[in-house]
Design a binder for this molecule. Structure first.
Ligand SMILES: NC(=O)c1ccc[n+]([C@@H]2O[C@H](COP(=O)([O-])OP(=O)(O)OC[C@H]3O[C@@H](n4cnc5c(N)ncnc54)[C@H](O)[C@@H]3O)[C@@H](O)[C@H]2O)c1
Length: 400
């Protein structure tokens, strides 16, 4: 971990696939030189930019001008950041554009946007011509602290509702088609966060709070307490505090990814990052939910679903005797201070939620495998949790 207070760097050490995550301000206008140094000379190569269509024009032109000045041929494609667009159908459209523009293995893809554009762009980069180089320029807090680091890319499986089903909208099975394809560089320019909506900004804090719940085990001490202490400056989006927040969180993610890049270690090293996600993915896939105390309804943003998933996981852990109830209460307090939902109206019966949880990837031989908090800073991996404790977790977030 190196860098000045206004530009910090973390190396993700993965042998030949190692790369830097650069965190700072004003990085996009300097992207040409930074990418040149990390991914080889740009001159004469083609660059395909997959761009979130909600970004301010100034951000997009800063990147395009920086790349144009490096002598590249730029192709730009806008993507609307919706889970329904993280799909094979949208990926196929991008493959068609790449092929139509004559992209080959020497060329480069840059994803400029949040986790949706990053996951889709990375999946396309990881599969086009069996994998081309790519660079992530995350523009949401969630993608800066989490999604852009570690090379997991994916699209969703989107299933139409069938007659008589309680669903009225397509079911989205999250991230079940994907590839691990590390980027050559991650540029987290915190200046981009200025235009992010309050709702999306707060959604990103859910993954930071999740990291705080597992960081001690990875040698990063006191992250949960640091987040509690600095929450007011974080919510004011003070840039120096944001750089430090992202730096500390990327440090956790990098250490976990280095230990278990492809989530192959069965007793879950990288799988620890799924804390709150088995419950959360089920909530995220359900229509017609209304978070208590918030003006928006489903579809939930990923971070909002993770916040509810963390509450459910901690209450489930408390009911199963894995952690004291005080941990669940402390967690809920921090999530509420961060403006994240902790209760939700409109949840279907528990068995419907559990059926959705079973579609999640973390199911072994029909048993739910849950990552549960043991203490602030450490979590554990369990596949022997009783149905009663799982239901206690779901009931804890149910607004009655
Ligand atoms: N690959 C991974 O390891 C990983 C990890 C966590 C989450 N994810 C995935 O990430 C996705 C969620 O990502 P997200 O939370 O970044 O959401 P997102 O990509 O949907 O972005 C949230 C909203 O913010 C808008 N936006 C993005 N940047 C902006 C900016 N700078 N200014 C104004 N508006 C901006 C988007 O258009 C969108 O409306 C989910 O699909 C999730 O599964 C992946």
């Amino acid at each position: 971990m190196t860098g000045s207070p206004h530009e910090r760097r973390i190396r993700v050490e993965l042998g030949a696939r190692s790369y830097d995550v650069v965190i700072g301000t004003g990085l996009l206008p300097n992207a040409g030189a930074l990418i040149d140094a990390a991914a080889g000379p740009l001159r004469g190569r083609k660059v395909f930019i997959a761009v979130d269509d909600a970004l301010p024009g100034t951000l997009i032109s800063a990147l395009m001008e920086a790349l144009g000045a490096s002598g590249t041929h730029i192709h730009r494609e806008f993507v609307k950041a919706e889970e329904g667009n993280k799909s094979l159908a949208r990926a196929e459209e991008l493959f068609t554009s790449l092929s139509g523009a004559g992209f080959d293995r020497r060329d480069l893809l840059v994803a400029l946007g949040g986790g949706i554009v990053g996951d889709l762009g990375g999946f396309v980069a990881g599969t086009y011509h069996r994998g081309i180089s790519w660079v992530q320029c995350p523009t949401t807090l969630l993608s800066m602290v989490d999604a852009s680091v570690g090379g997991k890319t994916a699209v969703n499986l989107i299933l139409d509702p069938f007659e008589g089903d309680f669903r009225s909208t397509p079911e989205i099975r999250k991230n079940i088609i994907g590839v691990v394809h590390q980027p050559r560089l991650v540029l987290a320019d915190v200046s981009a966060l200025a235009s992010l909506s309050e709702r999306s900004f707060r959604a990103g804090l859910a993954e930071c709070i999740k990291h705080g719940l597992l960081a001690e085990a990875w040698g990063i001490a006191g992250l949960f307490a640091w987040t509690e202490q600095h929450l007011d400056s974080i919510l004011r989006r003070d840039e120096a505090t944001l750089i430090e927040l992202i730096f500390r969180n990327v440090a956790v993610k990098a250490r976990v990814v280095e230990a278990d890049e492809r989530e192959e270690i069965s007793q879950g090293l990288r799988a620890q990052l799924n804390l709150g996600h088995t419950f959360g993915h089920a909530f995220e896939s359900l229509p017609k939910l209304s978070p208590d105390g918030h003006s928006y309804n489903a579809p939930l943003q990923h971070g909002e679903a993770v916040a509810l998933g963390l509450v459910a996981a901690s209450r489930c852990a408390a009911a199963a005797g894995v952690c004291p109830t005080a941990i669940a209460e402390k967690l809920e307090l921090l999530l509420s201070r961060a403006g994240l939902p902790v209760r939700i109206g409109g949840l279907p019966p528990n068995q419907t939620v559990i059926a959705r949880m079973m579609h999640d990837k973390k199911v072994a031989a029909g048993r739910l495998r849950l990552v549960l908090p043991e203490s602030i800073g450490r979590c554990t991996f369990r596949d022997d949790i009783s149905l009663a404790a799982i239901e206690a977790g779901i009931d804890a977030v149910r607004k009655t």
